[in-house]
Structure formats: C-alpha cells, structure tokens
Write a protein that binds this ligand. Structure first.
Ligand code: TXA
Ligand code: MG
Length: 331
C-alpha cells in the first residue's frame, strides 16, 4: 500500500517533534492510529487528562485507554501481566487489541482510570503515533477524538471539524486503516471477558485462548464493568433505524431516506433512497468496517429524515460493525 512506514516517518519528522513537545508540556494532540484518531494527553498529567474529558464532554466515570509503544512500560503500569496477556500481545500488538489489567495504584492519576483498580493498555499500530510515544517518553491517555457519544473520527479532517482549534495540534497520519476501535478484553476478573468487540476479530482471539466471557451474560456476577459500553454511542444526529434486511416497502416518512449497507443486499429498490452508502461492494467485512464511520458522517450531513442501516453477518468484523450500529440506533 503506497507509502512505507519509513518514508512516512521521514516526511513527518518535524511534526513528530512538535507533537511530542506539546504533549510533554501538558497540551492535547490528536493522533492517528490504525483504528480511529485519538485525543491524546500525557497520562501522567492529571490536568491535561482533565482537559480531555472537558473537551469531549465525556463523563468522568468512563475511563481512558493508556497507549504505549514499548513493552518496558508494562511493569510500570500493571501489577500482573499474566501468561494470557503475554500470549495475546505477542500475537496482536501493535494492533487493535486493548487489555484491561490490575493497575499499580499510583502509576497514573485516578482520573485516567475513573478510579477503577484496573487500567486499559494498548499498543497502537501507526508509525507516526509509535514515534510520538517514543519521543514523548510517557504513556498517552487517548479516547477517540470525537465529542462524547458521537461518531469516531477516521480522518484528520473529521477531527478538525469536530474539535477544531480547541486542541494544540492534529497530527495527520492519513485515513485509519482498520476504521473501528480496538477490541477490549479484560484479564482482570475470573475469566477473560470481552468488553467491546472491535478491530481484532473475536474469533482470532478465541482461537488462541478459548471462549471469552460476555459481560452481558455474566452481568451481576464478578464480571468486570466496562463503564463506557452502557451508552448510546457512535450516533449520528439523524435518527437511525437498524434492520436485518432492507424493507420491501420502506417506512413511509416525510422527507428523505438514507440507506447504509455493509455489503450488497438482494432485491433493494435503491431509487427510494436519497443517499445510499455501500460499505463493501465485494461484501468484505474488514473493508466495510474501515468505511463505516466516514459513511455515517456523510449520511449525517445529507439532510436526511431517517437512515435505515442493515446489519452485517455476525462474524469477523461484522460483530464490531453491528455493535456500533446498535448503539447508533439507540435513542
Ligand atoms: O481503538 C481505540 O481503542 C481508540 C484509539 C484512539 O486507541 N480509543 C478508544 O477509546 O476507542 P475510547 O475512550 O473511545 O474507548 C475506551 C473504552 C471505553 O468503552 C472504556 O469504558 C473502556 O475502553 N475502558 C477503558 N479503561 C477501562 C477499564 N479500566 N476497565 C474497563 N473498561 C475500560
Ligand atoms: Mg470513543
């Protein structure tokens, strides 16, 4: 694919230095990752992290992921890195997998972890952000760089539109390759538990470590909480209705309809819709995930009355796509 990581680093040397200087001074920088753009702050600086919550209008009970570029950071942050964590990170880091582990009490300020006794760790797979992490020399706390509850940004332009001049810098690393947030797995409870489906397919994880517990099934037991997963989220301003097939006769609404399809559907009368977004013409769910959030933004900007979204097959990245669509459809 086009430009090599080395060429990208050479092209962005000054910007990497500027980003690291801002972060070390306690300012906020939007960073590219393979999943979505993050709004980064020095994780050891409580005041900088507080500003992240303020700019996103994010509730303080929802903890942030701590990003690292080097495994030497791990024992400074967590009390225990079990063999399962070793196995999973050897296979999937750098990449879209976040692990929740027991934290060392004062390793990061309480505001980062919302006071929980765990911390979420991730090593992102983007050459610019890995370089920024290395130059900053500190872990970075970074939620997705959108206002709370809204659609996550997958380009630098999305971040500029949404957070504009409220942050020191947007580091433009191109469009995000995976396009959907990391898979979050907790290794802090009795059993490995899936807290959020994401860019690493659940099947790929389960093939290595066996079945993951589902927090919704084990709710009320000793299952670890994922404070951020209770909410309506990833939501366009336009109402969105989720269906398993395009309706044979579309709902009679005043105004313009949009249609969001992860893959081609048979027997759709597209002439009924003012705007149609097909996420992958070949039906590839990985490609569909990459295109999901940008398509949701385009639909949201098209002045529609209602967006009809069709569910993906519930496998591979289809699981993460369906999770985001379900949350976008909540009112
Ligand atoms: O791909 C990603 O993970 C992106 C990029 C920027 O790295 N980040 C991201 O962050 O999606 P955010 O803040 O939008 O989502 C973090 C999720 C939330 O659902 C939060 O509740 C959960 O991770 N989380 C963070 N720390 C946790 C902890 N200690 N225990 C349980 N859940 C945690
Ligand atoms: Mg988010």
């Amino acid at each position: 694919m086009g430009i090599t990581p080395q060429a990208m680093l050479a092209d962005h040397r000054d910007e990497i230095e500027r980003a690291a200087a801002h972060l070390r001074a306690g300012r906020l920088v939007a960073i590219p990752t393979e999943t979505v753009y993050g709004l980064a702050a020095d994780a050891s600086n409580a005041r900088a992290v507080a500003e992240v919550f303020q700019i996103k209008a994010r509730p303080h009970f929802d903890p942030l992921i701590v990003h690292i570029a080097d495994r030497v950071m791990i024992p400074k942050l967590v009390t225990d890195f079990p063999p399962l964590a070793e196995t999973l990170t050897r296979r999937f880091w750098p990449g879209p997998l976040t692990l929740v582990l027991p934290r060392i009490p004062d390793a990061v300020p309480d505001i980062v972890t919302a006071g929980l006794d765990t911390v979420a760790l991730r090593m992102p797979d983007h050459p610019l952000t890995l370089a920024v992490l290395q130059r900053t020399g500190r872990p970075l706390a970074a939620p997705s760089a959108n206002r709370f509850g809204r659609i996550s940004p997958t380009t630098a332009a999305h971040v500029r539109d949404e957070l504009g001049d409220r942050i020191a810098m947007v580091l433009d690393g191109g469009p995000c390759r995976t396009g959907i947030e990391s898979t979050v797995v907790s290794l802090a409870g009795d059993r490995p538990t899936l807290l959020r489906p994401g860019g690493t397919p659940v099947e790929a994880i389960e093939a290595i470590i066996g079945p993951l517990a589902d927090p919704e099934v084990s709710a009320g037991t000793a299952a670890p909480a994922s404070p951020g997963m209770l909410e309506r989220h990833y939501a366009p301003g336009t109402p969105l209705q989720l269906m398993s097939h395009p309706p044979t006769s579309p709902p009679r609404v005043e105004g313009r309809l949009g249609l969001l399809m992860p893959q081609p559907c048979r027997d759709v009368d597209v002439s009924v819709y003012s705007q149609v977004e097909l996420l992958s013409a070949s039906g590839d769910l990985t490609e569909a995930a990459t295109n999901l959030f940008a398509a949701m933004r385009r639909l949201d900007e098209a002045g529609l009355t209602l967006i009809i979204a069709i569910t993906a097959p519930q496998s591979g990245l289809g699981i993460a796509i369906n999770d985001r669509l379900r949350r976008a459809a909540m009112r």
